[in-house]
Design a protein around this ligand. Structure first.
Ligand code: GRF
Length: 198
Protein backbone atom coordinates (compact mmCIF):
# COMPACT_ATOMS: atom_id res chain seq x y z
CA UNK A 1 0.00 0.00 0.00
CA UNK A 2 1.32 3.49 -0.80
CA UNK A 3 2.60 5.50 2.10
CA UNK A 4 0.56 8.38 3.47
CA UNK A 5 1.75 11.70 2.08
CA UNK A 6 2.52 14.27 4.75
CA UNK A 7 2.93 18.02 4.27
CA UNK A 8 5.03 19.78 6.90
CA UNK A 9 4.53 23.48 7.64
CA UNK A 10 7.45 25.35 9.19
CA UNK A 11 8.57 28.89 9.93
CA UNK A 12 12.07 28.40 11.33
CA UNK A 13 14.86 25.94 12.02
CA UNK A 14 12.75 22.83 11.36
CA UNK A 15 14.27 20.32 13.75
CA UNK A 16 10.95 18.49 14.12
CA UNK A 17 10.66 18.48 10.33
CA UNK A 18 14.14 16.93 10.16
CA UNK A 19 13.23 14.05 12.46
CA UNK A 20 10.11 13.37 10.41
CA UNK A 21 12.19 13.33 7.23
CA UNK A 22 14.70 11.01 8.92
CA UNK A 23 11.97 8.64 10.15
CA UNK A 24 10.45 8.49 6.67
CA UNK A 25 13.78 7.39 5.19
CA UNK A 26 12.87 3.94 6.48
CA UNK A 27 10.71 2.40 3.74
CA UNK A 28 8.72 0.64 6.48
CA UNK A 29 7.64 3.99 7.97
CA UNK A 30 3.98 4.43 6.98
CA UNK A 31 4.32 8.09 5.93
CA UNK A 32 6.46 9.99 3.46
CA UNK A 33 7.23 13.70 3.53
CA UNK A 34 5.74 14.97 0.29
CA UNK A 35 6.24 18.70 0.73
CA UNK A 36 7.67 21.22 3.20
CA UNK A 37 6.04 24.66 3.15
CA UNK A 38 7.25 27.76 4.96
CA UNK A 39 5.52 31.09 5.42
CA UNK A 40 8.98 32.67 5.64
CA UNK A 41 11.35 32.38 2.66
CA UNK A 42 14.36 32.66 4.99
CA UNK A 43 13.39 29.73 7.24
CA UNK A 44 16.58 27.65 7.75
CA UNK A 45 14.48 24.49 7.63
CA UNK A 46 13.85 25.01 3.90
CA UNK A 47 17.52 24.45 3.05
CA UNK A 48 17.65 21.39 5.30
CA UNK A 49 14.64 19.89 3.53
CA UNK A 50 16.10 20.64 0.10
CA UNK A 51 19.38 19.03 1.15
CA UNK A 52 17.38 15.94 2.13
CA UNK A 53 15.78 15.84 -1.31
CA UNK A 54 12.31 16.94 -0.18
CA UNK A 55 10.27 19.35 -2.32
CA UNK A 56 9.89 22.74 -0.63
CA UNK A 57 7.83 25.84 -1.16
CA UNK A 58 8.02 29.26 0.46
CA UNK A 59 4.71 31.10 0.48
CA UNK A 60 5.82 34.46 1.80
CA UNK A 61 3.12 35.93 3.99
CA UNK A 62 4.43 39.40 3.11
CA UNK A 63 3.14 38.84 -0.43
CA UNK A 64 -0.41 38.72 0.98
CA UNK A 65 -0.74 41.90 3.07
CA UNK A 66 -3.95 41.84 5.12
CA UNK A 67 -5.05 38.64 3.39
CA UNK A 68 -4.37 35.68 5.66
CA UNK A 69 -6.92 33.55 3.84
CA UNK A 70 -5.33 34.27 0.46
CA UNK A 71 -1.99 33.18 1.89
CA UNK A 72 -3.52 29.98 3.19
CA UNK A 73 -5.42 29.27 -0.03
CA UNK A 74 -2.06 29.21 -1.78
CA UNK A 75 -0.66 26.82 0.84
CA UNK A 76 -3.77 24.66 0.61
CA UNK A 77 -3.47 24.50 -3.18
CA UNK A 78 0.17 23.43 -2.92
CA UNK A 79 -0.63 20.74 -0.35
CA UNK A 80 -3.37 19.30 -2.54
CA UNK A 81 -1.21 19.47 -5.68
CA UNK A 82 1.37 17.41 -3.78
CA UNK A 83 -1.27 14.81 -2.87
CA UNK A 84 -0.93 15.52 0.84
CA UNK A 85 -3.26 13.60 3.16
CA UNK A 86 -1.98 14.75 6.54
CA UNK A 87 -0.52 18.11 7.55
CA UNK A 88 2.02 18.38 10.37
CA UNK A 89 2.69 21.83 11.79
CA UNK A 90 6.28 21.88 13.00
CA UNK A 91 7.14 25.28 14.40
CA UNK A 92 4.68 27.05 12.09
CA UNK A 93 4.56 30.39 13.88
CA UNK A 94 1.44 31.90 12.42
CA UNK A 95 -2.09 31.67 13.71
CA UNK A 96 -4.21 29.89 11.12
CA UNK A 97 -7.44 31.31 9.79
CA UNK A 98 -10.63 29.24 9.95
CA UNK A 99 -10.22 28.53 6.23
CA UNK A 100 -7.16 26.28 6.52
CA UNK A 101 -8.27 24.75 9.82
CA UNK A 102 -11.61 23.73 8.32
CA UNK A 103 -10.05 22.57 5.06
CA UNK A 104 -7.87 20.09 7.00
CA UNK A 105 -10.14 19.32 9.95
CA UNK A 106 -9.06 16.05 11.55
CA UNK A 107 -6.06 15.88 9.20
CA UNK A 108 -3.85 18.61 10.68
CA UNK A 109 -1.76 18.24 13.81
CA UNK A 110 0.60 20.47 15.76
CA UNK A 111 3.37 19.89 18.26
CA UNK A 112 3.56 22.26 21.20
CA UNK A 113 6.29 22.45 23.86
CA UNK A 114 4.16 22.20 27.01
CA UNK A 115 1.73 19.84 28.64
CA UNK A 116 -1.40 21.37 27.16
CA UNK A 117 -3.92 22.65 28.13
CA UNK A 118 -1.41 24.39 30.37
CA UNK A 119 0.93 27.00 28.90
CA UNK A 120 -0.33 27.50 25.34
CA UNK A 121 1.21 30.27 23.24
CA UNK A 122 4.77 31.15 22.39
CA UNK A 123 6.32 31.61 25.85
CA UNK A 124 5.68 28.21 27.39
CA UNK A 125 9.08 27.44 28.93
CA UNK A 126 9.38 30.81 30.69
CA UNK A 127 5.85 30.43 32.00
CA UNK A 128 6.49 26.90 33.27
CA UNK A 129 9.57 28.15 35.15
CA UNK A 130 7.76 31.21 36.51
CA UNK A 131 4.93 28.99 37.76
CA UNK A 132 7.43 26.77 39.59
CA UNK A 133 6.20 23.55 37.96
CA UNK A 134 8.25 20.39 38.58
CA UNK A 135 7.36 18.86 35.24
CA UNK A 136 6.77 19.99 31.68
CA UNK A 137 6.71 18.26 28.32
CA UNK A 138 5.23 18.37 24.87
CA UNK A 139 1.87 17.74 23.29
CA UNK A 140 0.70 16.65 19.85
CA UNK A 141 -2.86 17.78 19.19
CA UNK A 142 -5.34 18.17 16.38
CA UNK A 143 -5.51 21.72 15.09
CA UNK A 144 -8.73 23.61 15.72
CA UNK A 145 -9.55 27.28 15.52
CA UNK A 146 -8.35 28.23 19.01
CA UNK A 147 -4.57 28.47 19.44
CA UNK A 148 -3.09 25.25 20.90
CA UNK A 149 -6.59 24.13 21.86
CA UNK A 150 -7.46 21.09 19.79
CA UNK A 151 -7.99 17.56 21.13
CA UNK A 152 -4.82 16.08 22.59
CA UNK A 153 -3.45 13.01 20.80
CA UNK A 154 -0.31 12.30 22.85
CA UNK A 155 2.05 13.85 25.37
CA UNK A 156 5.53 13.20 26.76
CA UNK A 157 6.74 14.51 30.10
CA UNK A 158 10.10 15.76 31.31
CA UNK A 159 11.20 16.86 34.78
CA UNK A 160 11.85 20.54 35.45
CA UNK A 161 15.07 20.96 37.44
CA UNK A 162 15.71 23.73 39.96
CA UNK A 163 18.75 24.73 37.88
CA UNK A 164 16.79 25.00 34.64
CA UNK A 165 16.87 28.01 32.38
CA UNK A 166 14.48 28.47 29.47
CA UNK A 167 17.25 27.14 27.21
CA UNK A 168 17.96 23.99 29.20
CA UNK A 169 14.26 23.23 29.63
CA UNK A 170 13.56 23.84 25.94
CA UNK A 171 16.36 21.44 24.99
CA UNK A 172 15.03 18.70 27.30
CA UNK A 173 11.51 19.13 25.93
CA UNK A 174 12.73 19.22 22.32
CA UNK A 175 14.40 15.85 22.78
CA UNK A 176 11.00 14.43 23.67
CA UNK A 177 9.33 16.25 20.78
CA UNK A 178 11.72 14.50 18.45
CA UNK A 179 10.68 11.11 19.81
CA UNK A 180 6.96 11.82 20.06
CA UNK A 181 6.21 13.47 16.73
CA UNK A 182 7.46 10.68 14.43
CA UNK A 183 5.61 8.13 16.56
CA UNK A 184 2.29 10.03 16.41
CA UNK A 185 2.61 10.78 12.70
CA UNK A 186 3.21 7.07 12.09
CA UNK A 187 0.10 6.15 14.12
CA UNK A 188 -2.04 8.69 12.25
CA UNK A 189 -0.67 7.54 8.90
CA UNK A 190 -1.63 3.94 9.73
CA UNK A 191 -5.16 5.10 10.59
CA UNK A 192 -5.45 7.08 7.34
CA UNK A 193 -4.16 4.12 5.32
CA UNK A 194 -6.71 1.87 7.03
CA UNK A 195 -9.51 4.33 6.19
CA UNK A 196 -8.44 4.25 2.55
CA UNK A 197 -9.14 0.54 2.29
CA UNK A 198 -12.33 0.40 4.36
C1 GRF B 1 9.12 23.36 18.82
O1 GRF B 1 9.44 23.54 20.16
C2 GRF B 1 7.64 23.11 18.66
O2 GRF B 1 7.08 22.42 19.72
C3 GRF B 1 7.08 24.50 18.59
O3 GRF B 1 8.01 25.25 17.87
C4 GRF B 1 9.30 24.65 18.02
C5 GRF B 1 9.78 24.38 16.63
O4 GRF B 1 11.09 23.90 16.61
N1 GRF B 1 5.76 24.49 18.01
P1 GRF B 1 11.67 23.28 15.27
O5 GRF B 1 11.52 24.35 14.19
O6 GRF B 1 10.92 22.04 14.96
O7 GRF B 1 13.12 23.04 15.57
Amino acid sequence: MSRVRVGVLISGRGSNMEVLIAAARDPAYPAEIALVVSNRPDAPGLDKATAAGIPTLAVDQKAFPGDREGHERTIDWALREAGVELVALAGYMRLLSPFLVRAWAGRMVNIHPSLLPEFPGTNSHAEVLAAGRDKSGCTVHLVTEGMDEGPIIAQAEVPVLSTDTETSLAARVLEQEHRLYPRVIADLAREIAAERVS
